[in-house]
Design a protein around this ligand. Structure first.
Ligand code: AMP
Length: 396
């Protein structure tokens, strides 16, 4: 079966077409700047040259049409007819408490997705628009929704409740949800295979470190903690997101900096994090380069990031009462040798150690702890798209 995986953002659409016979990627691409004056499609077929088309892409329906045209094109396409696509898997950010696993998309599911918009106004609307556009253009193809929050629905009640009046949970669904679930699930399954042990017998810390970062405690294959919360703003400091702060700071800076209610979330999501601390960039490559050249604030930003990761890891070892495996994934986790060193330094109390020679690795599965270490430390590249495709196949 061929499965198309779609990930719709507010102005972008990422896609991958998988041949599930051998789990290979037949083509992948990105439609950017949807709704802006000049949009762009970048299409990469597996065995052919990359194609870029620049034109006005007024909405997501046009973006989906461009993607299909590229996949069907006689020169750079990889299929001859839309009917070759057996199913479509959609990434959906927030499934609230409604979805604890992936689901086949029906009219009832669409209604529930729309209900979830209230608590995820930034993330869910583009996902819904993408699904609607895909349904319109591929009416006969079954579709599946895969949620970032679903894997964390196994978090115990005492872990997801905030210290707020219980009525706010009942009235507005305010609780911790956790995100990046598709990635945490994928790497925890791969890590268990790597260490050749049943996942049901492992206590794992999975660190998804990228532009957005979150850490999960995966006990016996189930997520019992994730550092993100009601939204992906909570947790460890990130590229541009502040992560955990004292909540009184929010009203205080709104007053002091004259930031209105409708702009404050944008400020905390886009102007803070390691960008805000360093004043250099949100990109860890730039920050590492600046720190190496002696920029003190860049060095500080990296130290804050590593320290906050360590603190969360320690608290999750307590939550699991044990630790067997640490997994690094995401752009930073997979590629930053120095960040892995910083996070794992002085953690031998937890049996966490790194072998500098083995740690000299980027973007591929590897064990980076010394042989016979008490805790295995692994690098496992994430593949959320493949996880979505696998869920899609199993549901259709
Ligand atoms: P992601 O959101 O998972 O794509 O991760 C993006 C982040 O990974 C950016 O901050 C990049 O700077 C970082 N990253 C990618 N490659 C490297 C690298 N070789 N060294 C350090 N950071 C990297």
């Amino acid at each position: 079966m061929k499965v198309l995986v779609i990930n719709c953002g507010s102005s972008s659409l990422k896609y991958q077409l998988f041949n599930m016979k051998n789990k290979s990627v037949m083509a992948k691409g990105l439609v950017e700047r949807i709704g802006l004056e000049v949009g762009m499609l970048k299409h990469q077929p597996a065995d052919k040259d990359k194609v870029e088309i620049s034109e006005n892409i007024p909405n997501h329906r046009v973006a989906v049409k461009m993607m299909l045209d590229a996949l069907l094109d006689k020169d750079h396409g990889v299929i001859k007819d839309v009917s070759e696509i057996g199913a479509v898997g959609h990434r959906v950010v927030h499934g609230a408490e409604k979805f604890s696993g992936s689901v086949k998309i029906t009219d009832e599911v669409m209604d529930v997705l729309k209900e979830c918009v209230e608590i995820a106004p930034l993330h869910n609307p583009p996902n819904i628009i993408g699904i609607e556009a895909a349904k319109e253009l591929m009416p006969d193809v079954p579709m599946v929704g895969v949620f970032d929050t679903a894997f964390h629905q196994t978090m115990p009640e005492y872990a997801y409740m905030y210290g707020l009046p219980y009525e706010l949970y009942e009235k507005y669904s305010i609780r911790r949800y956790g995100f990046h679930g598709t990635s945490h699930r994928f790497v925890s399954i791969e890590a268990a295979k790597f260490v050749n042990k049943p996942i049901e017998q492992l206590n794992m810390l999975t660190l998804h470190l990228g532009n957005g970062s979150s850490i999960s405690a995966v006990k016996n294959g189930k997520s019992i903690e994730n550092s993100m919360g009601f939204t992906p703003l909570e947790g460890i400091v990130m590229g541009t997101r502040c992560g955990n702060i004292d909540p009184t700071i929010v009203a205080y800076i709104m007053q002091k900096e004259n930031i209105p209610v409708d702009k404050i979330n944008d400020y905390l999501n886009k102007k803070c994090g390691v960008l805000g601390i360093s004043g250099v960039s949100s990109d860890f490559r730039d920050i590492e380069e600046a720190a190496n050249k002696g920029n003190k604030r860049a060095k500080l930003a990296l130290d804050v990031f590593a320290y906050q990761a360590k603190k969360i890891m320690g608290s999750y070892v307590a939550a699991m009462n044990g630790l067997d495996v640490v997994v690094f994934t995401g752009g930073i986790g997979e590629n930053s040798i120095t960040m892995r060193q910083s996070i794992c330094g002085n953690m031998d109390y937890f049996g966490i150690e790194i072998d500098d020679e083995k740690n000299n690795v980027r973007g591929k599965q590897a064990e980076i702890s010394p042989d016979n270490a008490k805790t295995k430390v692994l690098v496992i590249p994430t593949n959320e798209e493949l996880m979505i495709a696998l869920d899609t196949v199993s549901l259709v």
